[in-house]
Design a protein around this ligand. Sequence first.
Ligand SMILES: Cc1cc2nc3c(=O)[nH]c(=O)nc-3n(C[C@H](O)[C@H](O)[C@H](O)COP(=O)(O)OP(=O)(O)OC[C@H]3O[C@@H](n4cnc5c(N)ncnc54)[C@H](O)[C@@H]3O)c2cc1C
Length: 447
Amino acid sequence: MDHARAVNILADGEKMNIESWGRYPKTTGEGYSFETVKTLAAHLEKNNMFIPYGMGRSYGDSALNEKVILTRRYDKLIQFDPEQGIVICESGVTLDELIRIFLKKGWFLSVTPGTKFVTVGGAIASDVHGKNHHKAGCFSNSVLWFDLMLPDGRIVRCDREKNRDLFLATAGGMGLTGIILTAAIKLKPVKSAYIRETVVRCNNLKDAFEKFEIHEDATYSVAWIDCLSKGKAKGRSVLMAGENASTGAIDLPRKRTVSIPLDLPSFCLNSFSVKCFNHLYYMKSPQYTENRLTPLDTFFYPLDAIGHWNRIYGKKGFTQYQMVLPKASSFEGLDLILDKISSAGMGSFLAVLKLFGPQNDNYLSFPMEGYTLALDFKIQSRLFAFLDHLDDIVTDYGGRIYLTKDVRMSPDTFKKGYPAWDTFSALRQHYGMNQKFQSLQSKRIGV
Ligand SMILES: Cc1cc2nc3c(=O)[nH]c(=O)nc-3n(C[C@H](O)[C@H](O)[C@H](O)COP(=O)(O)OP(=O)(O)OC[C@H]3O[C@@H](n4cnc5c(N)ncnc54)[C@H](O)[C@@H]3O)c2cc1C
């Protein structure tokens, strides 16, 4: 039985198939759902070693374990302040639900990841970033406070002053500090459901870096990058920059979605098909277009229009490798990483480059000032050895790997990339969180 159905009909503790967006690994575990804090506290009292599971849009094993707390039914909107744009809601509410309710009232998310099918709890626990990280920081920047259920069932309110250590550990803490219950989120006022988009082709990586700097003042920026191109075209990209429009309707146009009905045979995706796709994508993008009016949905969530797109990687699933390097070493490091990817012929057509702003104080948040690259790889035999090799480069250049996408990083790579890991671990011990919450990922990386 899959998770989407299970949330509504499983009896507590019943076995279910659990997987995340990468569909690797496929696991079986006990699912526990809740609608009230009383039920949740009873689950925690009777059982150990849970991990919260929202929409399962993380790619790896951070939301997987033998026992999972399914948060999706904890989904009430509690209050909205129309003057300030502050919404208070339960953690199982999705960003899609917030957009559907509040966009037409003139409010949008201050920070959003590249899919709207994530829960508020998942967005806080991964401290997700969007195309405006260089201007607005991570999702936690828009969180005024949240309530957290600790291992003993106590509920504590956390903000940047009160229970600051719990705030810093939980935002980005991958569900390992407790269950986020209710959160107050500051939305952003918008006049339209459209973005004024500028699209620029970049000839190679150097050109892409220059164009990112030129568009540094844009509210949103991101680039698709051809990770298999070589020579003078190595790192050729298409940069998309945008501003919230002040014209255009305030409601989103109705959009038809398509769905991938079956797992595609994995041989469909090989270096030849990826090269062809990359070539066509690059050539069909305009050399330069300014101020094109693009619906928010298309700008922020292009992949959400294709249901189950993760099936194109075949039955074995895939992983997303997302790393960031400090700005000073970004060019040299990424140049080297692109060389390795193109010679291994393992690249993906969903490759994204983005310039981050400064990092925040949260112990395990991913972004640091510099360039981040995200690539999808189908699961295949030589892959993990190859990614271990990329990890060494990332570590040597002072970078880190994103936990919410990870399924295979070593404890050593994790600890080098996240120097506050020991503060995080000490806090887990102090509150007894290590006795109650764990994931396949936390066991693997030694938190
Ligand atoms: C197409 C696509 C695009 C994406 N784009 C981006 C992007 O641009 N930027 C970005 O940062 N991320 C991006 N992501 C990743 C995604 O935003 C995160 O993985 C997010 O955390 C998923 O939320 P979820 O509700 O599905 O959580 P899950 O995947 O179910 O869980 C993720 C983590 O959150 C924890 N968690 C969930 N709910 C709670 C809770 N109530 N209390 C405590 N912990 C909890 C889980 O234990 C787990 O560690 C993308 C994912 C996809 C599939």
